[in-house]
Design a protein around this ligand. Structure first.
Ligand SMILES: Cc1ncc(COP(=O)(O)O)c(C=O)c1O
Length: 444
């Protein structure tokens, strides 16, 4: 299959690619969605399987009827399919269903904070806030610095591991940045962490939907101890997320959420918690979410994650080449083709605020991007070289607009034609920024 055929084939898998949206001149244009890092539209296969399953939908682990048994079986089988997808350990790891990556990390932070030993967690300056804030009130958090290019400094990581040798419980790091798209050298980071007796958590929110991932066997130095990700970023937006890790971690302690479904027996004298994963899945389970995720995984498997990664890589490199050639645009990364990345990139347009760029793209051309700080405030503050005085100023002045960037993030259904339209329109903004500034001032 050549690239054009592949592109057409991938596009047909996703709902909503031909939806027209209104633009400022009253016309309707095909929407271009370049905000896939936030969330993706569903696969057709996901909607079909949810529809097929709906007549069989019933309570999980709470009923004796045939439908309940079927729903429960599907829910449980989902765990094995997820494990296979990321090469988790079939017997030693447990898959806990959550709402999303944020909930997964909060749950793990809570669980690990219940253990007394080793109270340091090493996070990084590159993280989404979901992999930063949950640790702050429970651990002493040390942040691995970034280099000038925005990449993680492995030198700093090793220094920190050395400095706090024996005290670090976990190194927690994003698989891929939601700002620069960099894929972190997870194998090297895992090896370093293990060498110093720490475990590693990979935030897979931006990596799992776009590239193959392998948690590696327990006896490998590159083993990933914990992995988290969200289904809504991988074409299955039905409220399910995943936390994977060693079963024994979750055998200890109390669950963070307490209620029905997480206990074996309760009296007014004692509570006997269930074993994992049930212990951490309090309340009525989201079996529709699991059906959606499983179908999404099967669809991605049928394409092949290597194919997805390569296709999206070619697309983003094509976009980067176009953006690089525009002197009015500043990119925030090392942009060589050899760079390991997922399909997203952040930039600014010189002389024009990020809010306005995003607004113009949407209102004039029906192009959806994300702008702002992308829930990765400290990372973008570093990339923008903001001083602590600058930050104080923004902190104390609520009526001024915050700094930020514009992000384009691609899914497997985006194509070269959409990128051409985007590049052309962005160039129009660069060349006519004063016109647009004036126009939008009047409209506001
Ligand atoms: C790298 C990264 N981690 C975590 C999250 C949080 O994911 P969710 O909102 O699905 O919990 C995101 C969301 O954009 C992300 O990009």
């Amino acid at each position: 299959m050549n690239n054009i055929e592949l592109s057409a084939c991938l596009r047909r898998l996703v709902i909503g690619t031909n939806v027209k949206v209104p633009v400022v001149n009253g016309e309707y244009v095909n929407e271009i969605n370049f905000d896939n890092a936030a969330t993706t539209p569903p696969f057709f296969s996901v909607m079909r399987d949810i529809g097929d399953f709906a007549p069989w939908y019933s309570s999980v682990h709470r009923g004796t009827g045939y439908k309940s048994e079927l729903s429960s079986n599907l829910y449980e089988q989902g765990r094995d399919i997820i494990k296979k997808f990321v090469h988790a350990d079939h017997t030693r790891d447990v898959v806990i269903y959550t709402k999303n990556t944020t909930e997964s990390i909060n749950m793990l932070a809570y669980r690990l904070s219940q253990e007394e030993k080793k109270q340091i967690v090493i996070s990084t300056e590159m993280e989404h806030l979901a992999n930063d804030l949950p640790w702050r009130d429970k651990f002493q958090v040390e942040y691995v610095g970034i280099e000038e290019s925005g990449k993680l400094s492995l030198y700093d990581l090793e220094n920190k591991l050395l400095k706090y040798a024996g005290k670090v419980k976990l190194v927690t790091v994003t698989g891929a940045s939601n700002v620069t798209g960099y894929i972190n050298p997870i194998a090297k980071i895992a090896t370093l962490a293990h060498q110093y007796g720490a475990q590693i958590l990979v935030d897979g929110a931006q990596l799992v939907p776009h590239a193959p991932i392998d948690m590696k066997p327990y006896d490998s130095p590159e083993h990933i101890d914990y992995l988290v990700f969200s289904a809504h970023k991988m074409y299955a937006p039905f409220g399910i997320g995943v936390l994977i890790g060693p079963k024994r971690t979750f055998e200890k302690g109390e669950p963070v959420y307490k209620g029905g479904g997480d206990v074996r027996l309760v009296s007014h004298q004692f509570i006997e918690w269930d074993s994992p994963p049930a212990k951490d899945e309090t309340g009525t389970p989201n079996v529709i979410g699991v059906v959606a995720l499983i179908t999404a995984i099967q669809t991605l498997n049928s394409i092949g994650m290597h194919v997805v990664h390569e296709y999206e890589n070619n697309l983003i490199n094509y976009a980067i080449e176009g953006l690089k050639n525009n002197p009015g645009i500043k990119l925030y990364c090392h942009c060589e083709k050899s760079e390991k990345r997922v399909s997203l990139i952040s930039f600014s347009v010189q002389g024009i605020n990020h809010n306005l760029v995003a607004e113009i793209l949407s209102r004039e051309a029906g192009i959806a991007v994300r702008n702002g700080l992308f829930c990765a405030h400290p990372y973008i503050e570093k990339l923008l070289k903001l001083s602590s005085e600058d930050l104080e100023y923004f902190h104390n002045n609520h009526d001024i607009s915050l700094p930020g960037l514009v992000r384009m993030s691609l899914g497997l259904y985006n194509n070269y034609n959409e990128i051409d339209i985007f590049l052309e329109f962005l160039d129009k903004i660069v060349r006519n920024k004063n016109y647009y500034k004036e126009k939008y001032k009047k409209m506001q």
